[in-house]
Design a protein around this ligand. Structure first.
Ligand code: 6GU
Length: 244
């Protein structure tokens, strides 16, 4: 998979060289290209923003540098086009389902906005030749799209075949299979600072262990994510407020 990221802070994306994503890049599974948006500015101050039409606080990213950056990354006459992701708090939610969908793409490009966002014509124009998704990583406001790109790339990269050593670990985790949060996990020693591992996990009874884990998943989801529990209850076909 090829990744292009355009940002005024490409150094922010240096973290992509680390850990699992970095290993994927070194092994050739990921081909990461970082670009400084200011390469496509020509004035003395390398200006990327301007005041908003219609007034209001903050600054808007100018369309010209973005138009040229996207032309350079993905020439209009090229043999293929990337799927363009524009991280924004005004986007549709990033979910595990969308991560799986993006993991199927051969080429993703990311346009990192700062300030109050990018002139809306940039996404409209890009959409004439490539698929464009404006995506939010949660209901809070970041100063720019860079950290959101790190989130999205890490979630997507670990789904690529060969990136995770044991693919079975993908199936069991929260937000994957059954729509419940993951159960709590323990390792040795059996007693630590006055806190004991639940007896059932030491019992060797696989059926009881499976039942305990399911119950803990339901309990956790009810406590922390009642919205997910309601969806799970509807899918499983019983009332969400009747927690066994
Ligand atoms: Cl994708 N970008 C920014 N700037 N803030 C966010 C976000 C994205 N998702 C949540 N907050």
């Amino acid at each position: 998979m090829r990744l292009d990221v355009v940002s005024i802070f490409p150094e922010y994306l240096a973290a992509l060289d680390l850990s699992l994503v970095g290993k994927a890049a070194k092994s050739g599974l990921l081909d990461v290209h970082l670009h400084d948006l200011r390469e496509w500015t020509y004035d003395r101050h390398r200006t990327v923003d301007d005041t908003p039409y219609g007034g209001g606080a903050g600054m808007v990213m100018k369309p010209d540098p973005w138009g040229e950056a996207l032309d350079a990354v993905a020439p209009a006459a090229g043999p293929s086009q990337p799927r363009l992701i524009v991280p924004t708090p005004a986007g549709r939610p990033f979910t595990q389902e969308l991560a799986y969908e993006l993991a199927d793409e051969p080429w993703l490009a990311f346009a990192c906005g700062r300030y109050e966002g990018i002139d809306a014509r940039v996404a409209a124009h890009a959409a004439e030749r490539m698929r464009v998704d404006e995506i939010s990583v949660g209901d809070y406001v970041l100063n720019g799209g860079e950290v959101a790109v790190l989130v999205i790339v890490e979630a997507v990269a670990r789904l690529l075949p060969g990136v995770i050593g044991n693919p079975a670990s993908l199936a069991e985790e929260s937000h994957s299979g059954d729509g419940l949060l993951e159960y709590p996990v323990y390792t040795k020693p059996p007693s630590w600072r006055g806190h004991d591992v639940p007896d059932v996990l030491l019992s060797g009874n696989h059926k009881l262990v499976a039942e305990w884990r399911h119950d803990e998943s339901v309990r956790r989801t009810a406590e922390r994510r009642p919205d997910l529990l309601a969806a799970w209850g509807a899918a499983v076909g019983h009332k969400a407020d009747e927690v066994e």
